[in-house]
Design a protein around this ligand. Structure first.
Ligand code: ATP
Length: 518
């Protein structure tokens, strides 16, 4: 646990030191759960967004994009159910005065049981060696079976109580499990209350006729209210999708996990409109497709898992999360939701406008069903960044900090380094930079010994270092050093572009989706 915390602290401080993520308004002591992205952060974020957009929009003929405004007519949030039901159950600890989400306290408790299971599996793996059958062990080992049962029964009781709005039972469960405040160890809890997560604001100049608005808590509704506009203007035929990336705002109760849970964040959502009755098939399709997208980045198959929801949101008939192993354990990274005709149906009712599709083949009108994929861009950033940050022991007894970002996402693709600051080497290095900068984000560095510069670029996540030395002046070759293997190769300046291109090209990376097994 202490190790997990240390690792997470390292992630946060590295993100700051290398210009990835800063606390918002830091000079005023910051704003809780709000963050700014630095010069590297903005590039990484942009690359993740583009990687998503290409996979979802550019590569799918039947998916198009939109960019809806953050402000929406207030009735939107009545129709979507957010005014009445976008609540989290909160609980305060009377001694520490810390506020928690009651469901998260319980889920973390179950997370600890999961860790125990993982430990048992690892122990057995060591004991049985090559003969180990993991699946069988999980299904038959009495201790593991008991842990699994325990976890399931806790989650299912919580789901039922939340569904019935039986908040007294949620508190009773916390007390029965003997859950203590993680900050103080105190078990002195208040009752559980519901708390609406939407931020309110006002539109209009004078107080009397100002209109109460909300900052959107999800981007999805901007897609639903534009369903007909897009369908008609794009002459889209079902099945088709509308994708959007943009800011969303939630007044989160607990916001102590860096960019995992923010009050202002960015979502990347796609709503796929389908014929009623086909939702099961599309649900499976998008679960698999999205998992393949994640796996294509090579962060390790063992770091992902599906989690099927016990408690379904008011709009869903099936839902699953893709969970990722963050520095603090497995947590939701993306949601795949079968939303039925809830949203379009509800907007029809509230707006009085028909939001239907005319199917020429069957000659009938219907309200389409919707399959949604929804991922937080910042959360994806954290997944990539935390997984990539590694401390490596080297053969010569030293160690290095290296940020092994997938090359396709790295903010800077190559650093051009003159070996020394004289003899015309900086000039040649600049020439190379001037040429490469039209194709890639590249940087120049001449300060300190070249070994230190390599380390700096390793920590920065730059996949290639290109060193210009005296031989370059004679034969137009440079050394290229690979971040991950630290190997160096002598190559012609003329080949640099194609070497880098091969390593960072989105096409190459996205094609890896086809090799993945979800
Ligand atoms: P959680 O249970 O973690 O609060 P959620 O189930 O409410 O998340 P959704 O409403 O399904 O999340 O939102 C879709 C995605 O948006 C999530 O999978 C996550 O990646 C991202 N997301 C949601 N809330 C936040 C937040 N406060 N900060 C950053 N990303 C978020």
């Amino acid at each position: 646990m202490a190790n997990q915390e240390d690792n997470f602290k390292k992630v946060i401080s590295h993100a700051k030191e290398y210009g990835y993520v800063f606390q918002s308004s830091e000079i005023y002591d910051g704003l809780s759960a709000v963050y700014d992205y630095g010069h590297n952060g903005v590039e990484l974020k942009k690359n993740i967004r583009e990687y998503w957009w290409k996979a979802m929009v550019q590569l799918n003929e039947n998916i198009v994009g939109i960019d809806a405004a953050i402000f929406m007519h207030p009735t939107t949030w009545k129709a979507s159910g957010h005014v009445d039901a976008f609540n989290d159950p909160l609980i305060d600890n009377k001694d520490s005065k810390k506020r928690y989400r009651a469901d998260v306290l319980i889920e973390d408790y179950v997370g600890k049981i999961d860790t125990k299971i993982e430990k048992e599996v690892k122990k057995a793996e060591k004991r049985f060696g090559d003969n180990f059958n993991k699946q069988k062990f999980i299904e038959t080992n009495p201790r593991v079976v008991e842990y699994i049962e325990q976890g399931k029964s806790i989650l299912s009781r919580m789901a039922k109580s939340l569904e019935k709005e039986d908040l007294a039972d949620v508190k009773a469960l916390i007390e029965e499990l003997d859950i203590a405040c993680p900050m103080s160890g105190s078990k002195n809890w208040t009752d559980v209350k519901q708390f609406n997560l939407m931020f309110g604001t006002k539109l209009g100049a004078s107080a009397e006729n100002a209109m109460d608005l909300y900052l959107r808590p999800e981007t999805a509704q901007g897609i639903f209210v534009n369903f007909l506009n897009v369908q008609k203007a794009g002459r889209m035929k079902i099945p088709f999708g509308i994708a959007q990336t943009g800011k969303a705002f939630r007044n989160e109760i607990v916001a102590r996990q860096f960019i995992f849970r923010m009050r202002e964040f960015e979502q990347m959502e796609m709503q796929f409109f389908i014929q009623p009755g086909t939702q099961q098939e599309w649900y499976e399709h998008w679960k698999e497709n999205r998992m393949k997208w994640h796996l294509s980045l090579g962060l390790g198959e063992e770091n992902y898992r599906f989690h099927d929801h016990e408690k379904l949101a008011h709009y869903a008939d099936a839902a699953a999360d893709i969970e990722f192993r963050f520095p603090f354990g497995f947590k939701e990274l993306e949601g795949i939701h079968s939303r039925t005709d809830f949203d379009l149906g509800s907007h029809e009712k509230y707006s009085g406008k028909k939001l239907q599709y005319f199917d020429h083949e069957t000659n009938r009108n219907y309200v389409p069903y919707v399959l949604e994929t929804s991922i937080g861009l910042d959360r994806m950033f954290l997944a990539v960044f935390s997984n990539s940050l590694q401390e490596e022991e080297l053969e010569n007894g030293t160690s290095r900090t290296v940020l092994k970002l997938p090359a396709v996402l790295a903010p800077t693709k190559a650093a051009i380094l003159p070996l020394v600051k004289k003899d015309g080497l900086p000039e040649v290095a600049h020439e190379i930079l001037e040429d490469l900068k039209w194709d890639f984000n590249v940087t120049y560095d001449e300060k300190d010994a070249v070994g230190r510069r390599y380390r700096r670029q390793d920590a920065n996540g730059t996949p290639f270092c290109i060193t210009v030395d005296h031989q370059t002046l004679e034969d137009q070759t440079v050394t290229i050093r690979y971040r991950d293997s630290m190997e160096q190769e002598r190559v012609a300046i003329a080949d640099l572009k194609s070497i880098i291109h091969k390593a960072v090209d989105m096409r190459t990376w996205l094609l890896k989706m086809e090799d993945q097994r979800a």
